[in-house]
Design a protein around this ligand. Structure first.
Ligand code: AMP
Length: 456
């Protein structure tokens, strides 16, 4: 299996540090608002990747941080006159819900930064003792000139970085690229005690404190969107390799291409942010995943509802073929086993080549064409093998709506018809629907909030 590494700029054979164990860290969101479709792009890909590695027999420990303290969170708290930590807790829970809706279920541990303040302080202290950090009036900063390899991930020299510095002007800093490890307390901000007084952590240090806690100083894969290569991931390398004296911090740096909306960068100031919860009102989660995975993870993806409509048919073809084969009755025999296995190999070859999901989806489409053509002549062994392949595809890409999700949608649809019947005072129809649902172990209660249903 090969993985493209941003640092060496090449596809490298994938060799975990410890046998078949894989330590994977992906930067989590800053939770100050609902998660948007750009988050979906990045997290659906890494979910697919982790699921594929598990399918291949690797034991993946997938860790994600959550940035639950940050300027944006504090600003929102100020505007809404609320405790910033209350805001981050609320949106962290929304994030978990959105991920569940998208069937992202491969993360082992979500680690919110504020739960790791002791670890963060400890790492800053060690950097300070080693001479990589200095204290100023407003915080503790990392001295980039002390780390000779600063810039190696984003392939720039310190002079280039200085010339292009878009970093805020701060007279306290020795170099424009020096970055805050600890920010001293300002009025109205949440704070924690530290050897440098009350304050809060800088952004980059959370990740290395958390990964050091769970993984140690070195691990296999670090992922995130390509917007994080510089400065975020560059700073992580500077912190971790300096504090441990070991390198490389990670063997594979993986970055997703950014999602744009009608070729424009998505952003609040552009007014074009589409939240996951909003899009899922109109688009099935599995179709959204299919859309996202139809592009290679390193390429940019442009989102539009028209594009989703365009690909809907090819997605439905897969779903329908799966439903058909589930119902297929057949006699003993297996004359197509080799063909079915060939399509599985095509799928795996694509995934083994730096997780080429568009190629993998092409292999699935060829497989679907094949079974549509040959289903009637298939024996029991062929059918079982095909269903197994579909199930494996779905455990990795998660693009086939599960029976339960489909069932729930149908119940909602039936209840919307019952609501129409009640509004038109057609009570015999609405009672009939309720009775029939009850016979199928679905209870419906008419409450103030509307119709509430549950399984008996
Ligand atoms: P943030 O909440 O902005 O800290 O981002 C959390 C993760 O989502 C990071 O890995 C980002 O790189 C990624 N991300 C944010 N916006 C986009 C986007 N438009 N396309 C792809 N990934 C994104």
């Amino acid at each position: 299996m090969k993985i493209y590494d941003t640092l060496s700029r090449e596809k490298k054979e994938f060799l975990p540090m410890e046998g078949r164990r894989v330590k994977l860290f992906v930067c989590g969101p800053t939770v100050y608002d609902y998660s948007h479709i750009g988050h979906a792009r990045t997290y659906v890909f890494f979910d697919t990747m982790a699921s594929y590695l598990r399918y291949k027999g690797y034991h993946v420990f997938y860790l994600q941080n959550i940035t639950d303290i940050d300027d944006k969170i504090i600003n929102r708290g100020r505007n809404e006159k609320r405790d910033p930590l209350d805001i981050s807790l609320e949106f962290m829970l929304h994030y978990f819900n959105d991920m569940r809706s998208l069937r992202v279920d491969s993360v082992n541990i979500y680690a919110p930064a504020t739960y790791f303040i002791d670890r963060i302080i400890d790492q800053i202290q060690r950097l300070y003792d080693l001479g990589y950090a200095y204290e100023t009036d407003d915080g503790v900063y990392y001295d980039v000139s002390r780390f000779r390899e600063y810039g190696k991930l984003s392939h720039q020299s310190l002079d280039m970085i200085r010339a292009g510095a878009r970093v805020e002007v701060n007279e306290n800093k020795r170099h424009p690229a020096d970055f805050a490890l600890w920010k001293k307390r300002k009025e109205g901000e949440p704070f924690w005690e530290s050897p440098w007084g009350e304050g809060r952590p800088g952004w980059h240090i959370e990740d290395t404190a958390i990964t050091e806690y769970y993984f140690g100083p070195q691990y296999d894969i670090h992922g995130g969107g390509s917007d994080l290569i510089f400065p975020h991931h560059e700073c992580e390398i500077a912190q971790m390799e300096a504090v441990s004296g070991k390198k490389p911090m990670v063997n594979y740096w993986m970055h997703t291409g950014l999602l744009t909306i009608r070729q424009e960068r998505m952003g609040k100031s552009m007014g074009n942010v589409i939240n996951i919860r909003e899009i899922l009102k109109n688009v099935e989660p599995e179709l959204l995943r299919y859309f996202l995975l139809s592009s290679h993870y390193r390429s940019p993806v442009d989102f539009s509802y028209e594009r989703i409509d365009e690909i809907r048919q090819s997605w439905e073809k897969i779903v329908i073929a799966y439903r058909k084969i589930l119902k297929k009755e057949s006699k003993e025999g297996e004359s197509f086993i080799d063909d079915i296995r060939k399509y599985r190999r095509m799928f795996e070859d694509a995934m083994d080549d730096d997780f080429n999901t568009p190629e993998a989806i092409s292999a699935i489409q060829l497989f679907v064409n094949f079974i549509n053509k040959n289903m009637d002549g298939m024996g029991m062994g062929d059918i079982e093998e095909s269903i197994k392949f579909f199930n494996d595809i779905d455990s990795i890409l998660k693009i086939i709506p599960s029976g339960r999700v489909a069932e729930e949608r149908i119940i909602e649809l039936i209840l919307s018809i019952r609501k129409m019947a009640r509004e038109r005072k057609l009570y015999d129809i609405s009672d009939y629907i309720r009775e029939k649902l009850r016979e199928n172990n679905i209870n419906v209660e008419d409450m103030q909030e509307g119709q509430i249903w549950y399984r008996k």
